[in-house]
Write a protein that binds this ligand. Structure first.
Ligand SMILES: [Mg+2]
Length: 316
């Protein structure tokens, strides 16, 4: 992205991408060549540190302030994209003017309302039945938590003894493969049961990009394997920032990523967000950016394949 307005250079999926700070001037020129930015940001391990107990992570004041600043810039569409349910995510972040994509984008919330992926909603009962069986079969394993998130579920084993982890993962695979309509994805010390529909963080970023005006660019920041869908979706003209593990003990410092750039760790994310808000806000906003954002916020929950739902969600 050496030329103003040029897309970032293609980066091989082999080898760690460069540290974003090592080419921050190029990133600035890339932003200057755009009319606005669709910015997707993951939550756990990105906006907040990963905790042993999935109920623990909260935004610290600096992260909250950075998100508020980003959401206030008319030429930025901020989306928080997470595996957490929309109720959980909106409660944890609580910034107006952002898009919340919960359950890996199967649920969307904006200031204008909430929506769920129609086909996924129909598979909710199947996910619940699978959770019932997992409760029966994994209930005795110390530290194993089955979190029901409505259209998906997460099996957490961060606190399970290493010796028992294979039993957890193989049981999840077995239960999911015995029913139609469910697929399993892997994350950091978790397995997730998801409805077998073609939707993930990548499709979410595509939808948000398509909702934005021409001339806008796309950026995504995330740490986990499920974020790779988003990194791939925004290539070749977007910027993906892979947040490396800065010491939560998983040793997840993968070098194969579809991201174009890298951050050294979660503790460095806020610095990047603050830099982005300042950089984009410091120039004259693109004409009509405020109107454009309101139009996006008003329509994104009405797009295919989503169906509007009441804003107070059920997580049963
Ligand atoms: Mg994450």
């Amino acid at each position: 992205m050496s030329e103003r307005g040029a897309p970032p250079e293609a980066v091989s999926e082999r080898g760690a991408p460069p540290e974003v700070w090592s080419r921050i001037d190029e990133l600035g020129r890339w932003l200057d060549g755009s009319d606005g930015l669709v910015l997707g940001v993951d939550f756990d391990g990105t906006l907040a540190p990963i905790a042993d107990d999935h109920r623990e992570p909260t935004l610290d004041p600096s992260a909250h302030g950075a998100l508020r600043a980003l959401a206030a810039v008319p030429s930025i569409h901020l989306a928080v994209v997470s595996g957490r349910s929309r109720a959980d995510l909106t409660a944890r972040v609580g910034v107006d003017g952002a898009v919340y994509a919960g359950n890996h984008g199967l649920e969307l919330v904006t200031d204008d309302g909430a929506a769920v992926h129609s086909e996924a909603a129909g598979l909710g009962p199947t996910v619940r039945r699978a959770c019932d069986e997992l409760d029966d079969r994994l209930g005795d394993i110390s530290g194993c938590v089955i979190e029901r998130k409505g259209v998906t579920a997460t099996v957490h084993f961060r606190r399970v003894h290493d010796d028992a982890v294979p039993e957890v993962t193989s049981t999840v695979e077995e239960v999911a493969s015995a029913v139609d309509g469910i697929r399993v994805t892997a994350g950091k010390r978790v397995r997730e049961l998801r409805p077998a529909v073609q939707w993930d963080k990548g499709e979410t970023m595509r939808l948000l990009r398509e909702s934005a005006p021409d001339g806008w660019r796309t950026m995504y920041v995330g740490d986990d394997t499920t974020d790779e869908d988003a990194f791939r979706a925004i290539r070749p003209d977007g910027i993906g920032v892979y947040v490396a593990d800065d010491g939560d003990g998983d040793g997840d410092r993968r070098t194969e990523t579809a991201a174009s750039d890298r951050l050294g760790g979660q503790s460095d994310v806020v610095r990047l967000l603050v830099w982005l808000a300042d950089r984009i806000d410091s120039r004259s906003s693109a004409a009509g950016a405020t109107d454009a954002r309101e139009a996006v916020l008003a329509t994104v929950v009405d797009r295919e394949p989503f169906t509007r739902v009441r804003s107070s969600p059920s997580t049963a």
